[in-house]
Design a binder for this molecule. Sequence first.
Ligand SMILES: Cc1cc2nc3c(=O)[nH]c(=O)nc-3n(C[C@H](O)[C@H](O)[C@H](O)COP(=O)(O)OP(=O)(O)OC[C@H]3O[C@@H](n4cnc5c(N)ncnc54)[C@H](O)[C@@H]3O)c2cc1C
Length: 359
Amino acid sequence: MTVKPRVVIVGSGIIGASVALACQDLGAEVVVLDQGPLGGVASRNSFGWINASFAETRAYFELRHAALAGFRFLDQRLGLGGHIRWQGTLWWEDAGADFTAQFNTLTQRGYPAKLVSQADIAALEPQLRHPPHQAILTATEGAAQAQNVALAILAEVARRGGSLQEHTSVKWVKQVAGRIASVHTQERDLACDAVVLATGAAAQTAVIGLDWALPMANKQGMILQTEPLDQMINHILMTPDVHFRQNPDGSFVAGEIFSGEIGPDVNAQDLAAEVVARIQTKLHDIPKLRLAEVKIGMRPVPLDGLPVVGSVPGVQGAFAAVMHSGVTLGPLVGQLLASEILKGVQSSLLTPFCPARFS
Ligand SMILES: Cc1cc2nc3c(=O)[nH]c(=O)nc-3n(C[C@H](O)[C@H](O)[C@H](O)COP(=O)(O)OP(=O)(O)OC[C@H]3O[C@@H](n4cnc5c(N)ncnc54)[C@H](O)[C@@H]3O)c2cc1C
C-alpha cells in the first residue's frame, strides 16, 4: 500500500479550501487547520466579484482571466448555485477618458467586454432610474458568497476523508534538514510532507520556524447586506458612487471604502445606511431596502499588491497562497498550487507570483 503524502493547509477560507480540494484530487491526505471557525475571515467579509476587469499587469490579467473558467468548473462540479450568480457586470464607475481607457485595456487584452448604449442598459436593467449614457458589459463575470463557497468546498473535502480542525491555531513549523517535518498547534505536533500558508490578512505575522516573512499592506473595506427582496437587478452594477449586486436569495450586497482605512470619525452603521439610500434612489418601484448586516473586513494585500503563490524560499515543502481577489482566484490557484506541491510542476501562470520575490 502506498502512503499518501500529507499536506497541512493553514487557513480554511476560500483559498485554503480550494487548495485542500485540489490536493485531495491529486491523491494527498489533507488536514485543514483554522484558528477560528471554518470558512475564513476575508472570505466572510468580501464583495465576492469574480472578474478579470481590473489587473495591474498582463500576467495578473491572464491569471484572473483563466480563474473565471476555474470557478465555473468548480461551480459545475459542486453545484454552487445557491451561493453564486454568473450575472455579468455593467460598469460605468468612471467617465470620459478613464472610461475609454478601461474599455481599450479590456479589448486589447482580448477580454469579452462590450460597449452598451443607454437604450441597451435600460433594457438590461429596467429598474434603473437613470441609465447612464454608456457602460461596459462584461457578461462572463459573476459574484459569489465566498464563505459559503469555502464551506461547500470543505464539506466535499470532509466527505472524501479530509480532516478539518477549527479553533486550532498553528504556532510554528518544524524543519528537519531543510524540509518541513511538522506543524505545531496549541495541542500537538502534526507530521506532514508539505504545509500551505493560506492565512489571508494574517500572513503578515510570520510563521515561526520558516525564516521567511511576507510583507503585507492589508486594506480595510466595508460590505453591507440587506434583507432579501425579489430579484430586482440583473447584473453586478459598478456605478460612480456605489457597487452593488443581488445574491441568489435576493439580498443586496454593496461595497464601500475600497482601498483604505476606516477612520475613527466614520460611523459604519451611518455610512451603511447612506449606501443603502444611494441604491434605493438608483432604482425605481422597489420596496424599501432594509439593512441586515454591516461588515468591516481586511483585504489580504501583499506589499506589491499582487498574489503570492508557490514555494516559500529556503525550506522544501513550505508553500504560500496569499492574495487579494482571492474569491476570483481561489479555485484556479488551488489547482495550480496543488500541481506544484504534489507533481513538482509549476504553471507559467504562477511564475510571476512566486513568494521568492520577497526573500
Ligand atoms: C471588503 C472586501 C471586499 C473584497 N472584494 C473582493 C471581490 O470583489 N472579489 C475578490 O475576488 N476578492 C475580494 N476580496 C478579497 C477576498 O475576499 C480575499 O482575497 C479572499 O477571501 C482571501 O481568502 P483567504 O482564504 O486567503 O483568506 P481568509 O478568508 O481570511 O482565510 C484565512 C484563514 O486563515 C486563518 N488563519 C490565519 N492565521 C492562522 C494560523 N496561524 N493558524 C490557523 N489558522 C490561521 C484565519 O482564521 C482565516 O480563517 C475582498 C475582501 C474584502 C475584505
